[in-house]
Design a protein around this ligand. Structure first.
Ligand SMILES: Cc1cc2nc3c(=O)[nH]c(=O)nc-3n(C[C@H](O)[C@H](O)[C@H](O)COP(=O)(O)OP(=O)(O)OC[C@H]3O[C@@H](n4cnc5c(N)ncnc54)[C@H](O)[C@@H]3O)c2cc1C
Length: 428
């Protein structure tokens, strides 16, 4: 019985994402799947969750997770570190639980692969073979879009859009800022990971400055087409909590910034206006992680096209792409989306290995944003496949008018959401 996955277990583990179990009757014999070896590239929200659920669905699968870092530092809640509300340790997690669960975690980087022969090369010089590969490398940056900045300037102009060292640098710069200084935050053009997060960042930096440097300012430069659905909620909250500490410039085109003067700490807008700041947090345009480019998994958009039912690459069989790197229809690039896709991908792989029809799936994403530690707003949505597209079928947004208690509750929900999404990665 060890190699036999019962239909009820399949449904239980696949949880709420399964709406029906088309084609699945009685016991599912997974003898074929048992010998399958699955290599997962990237141990973030997408990759670690997928590893966890694959093993949960079929404990006899051989799963290897390749991730260079021994600690995963989450972007969710990283803005609270910039506000001195939480410490780095709060957002730092290790892979010990995932290892105990039977996943082989190798701390290395995939440098290349032969997708026809199903082999991958690691930076250490080792190579691995696989039956199926899941690629979840997150994002990389489009450095050519804004003149003056690139990877070599990130110590002076941190983006902090990948949490870790970048978070620490930005945190220190805010702490060292002169009295009455200005922090400039600029948003990139869409699509980028966590669209409301720059506005949460502005809120929480203002929270810190209000106490430690009350004459300082936060200036947000955004295209104005970005996330307007949540922006009125932010603006409403800023008025209430931060008076004139936060200012916003909204351009009407995508990617309002043209140039950054790193030495002179100034940014130029596309219309030629030059604005000087003290701390510049320029968030660059984004694209799929570099390994996806190297393996030719991206299209002209810089992101990876997939068959939405299975998350299988449109370019290569036996390669699935999940998380920020993939093009997932209406879904935003969030940790919650990555989690939802990871589970669906695990079910799709198990279904394929066992000659089953992939059950119909519902996907979700919610994103909470803190304005203060006790005041949060949120947006959430559900997505389903219609005509081979992943489309939004319902959505919810915090009301513009709400009691203190309501906002406080949302802040508590955010904490609960964070604990459960980290637990779903099997991380401690
Ligand atoms: C400030 C901020 C706040 C956010 N807040 C929220 C929030 O509140 N809620 C929410 O839902 N989302 C939030 N997000 C978005 C969320 O962080 C991302 O959507 C999420 O991390 C995507 O997960 P992922 O697994 O696709 O990518 P990642 O989390 O980036 O993981 C990718 C992993 O792949 C590894 N990797 C890359 N290349 C290779 C390679 N060649 N070989 C091996 N490994 C490799 C990397 O080391 C990395 O660990 C926030 C983002 C930011 C920037």
């Amino acid at each position: 019985m060890e190699n036999t996955l019962k239909r009820r277990d399949f449904l239980k583990y696949s949880g709420c994402l399964l709406l029906s179990s088309m084609g699945m009757v009685g016991n599912i014999n997974i003898a074929r799947a048992s010998s399958a070896k699955i290599v997962i590239v990237g141990g973030g929200f997408a990759g670690a969750t997928c590893a966890h659920y694959l093993k949960k669905l079929d404990p006899s699968l051989s799963i290897v997770l390749i991730e260079p870092k021994s600690n995963y530092i989450t972007c969710p809640y990283s803005n609270t570190v910039l506000a001195n509300i939480k410490k780095m340790s709060h957002i730092t997690h290790d892979y010990s639980l995932l290892k105990k669960f039977g996943i082989q975690v190798i701390h290395d980087t995939i440098t290349d692969a032969n997708l026809d022969k199903r082999t991958v090369q690691l930076a250490s010089g080792d190579s691995l073979t696989y039956d199926k590969m899941v690629i979840s490398p997150g994002i990389s940056f489009r450095w050519k879009e804004i003149e003056g900045i690139d990877q070599s300037t990130t110590e002076k102009i941190p983006h902090a859009w990948q949490a870790g060292e970048q978070t620490k640098i930005l945190n220190n710069q805010i702490g060292d800022m002169r009295e009455g200084g200005t922090v400039i935050i600029s948003t990139p053009r869409e699509p980028y990971r966590a669209p409301p997060a720059p506005f949460e960042r502005a809120s929480l930096i203002a929270y810190r400055l209000k106490k430690s440097n009350p004459s300082a300012k936060v200036l947000v430069i955004t295209s104005g087409t970005d996330h307007s659905e949540k922006l009125p909620l932010f603006k409403n909250a800023w008025k209430k909590h931060y008076g004139d500490i936060i200012e916003i410039i909204e351009g009407d085109d995508q990617g309002a910034l043209a140039k950054v003067d790193v030495k002179g700490k100034a940014v130029s807008l596309k219309d030629g206006t030059v604005i000087k700041g003290d701390v510049l947090n320029v968030i660059p345009g984004q694209q799929a992680g570099l390994i996806a480019h190297k393996l030719n998994l991206v299209n002209e958009s810089g992101w990876c096209p997939i068959n939405i039912e299975s998350f299988q690459s449109q370019k290569f069989k036996n390669v699935h792409i999940i998380g920020d790197a993939c093009i997932a229809g209406d879904m935003p690039k969030t940790a919650h989306s990555a989690n939802s896709q990871a589970k669906a991908c695990a079910v799709a792989i198990i279904s394929e290995l066992n000659n089953l029809v992939m059950p119909e799936t519902v996907y979700s994403s919610s994103i909470y944003s803190l304005i203060t530690p006790k005041y949060a707003i949120s947006s959430s949505a559900l997505y389903r496949i219609k005509n081979k597209q992943l489309v939004k079928v319902s959505e919810g947004l915090s009301p513009i008018k709400a009691s203190k208690k309501y906002r406080y509750k949302e802040a508590r929900f955010y904490e609960g959401w964070y604990k459960s999404i980290v637990a779903d990665m099997k991380m401690s």
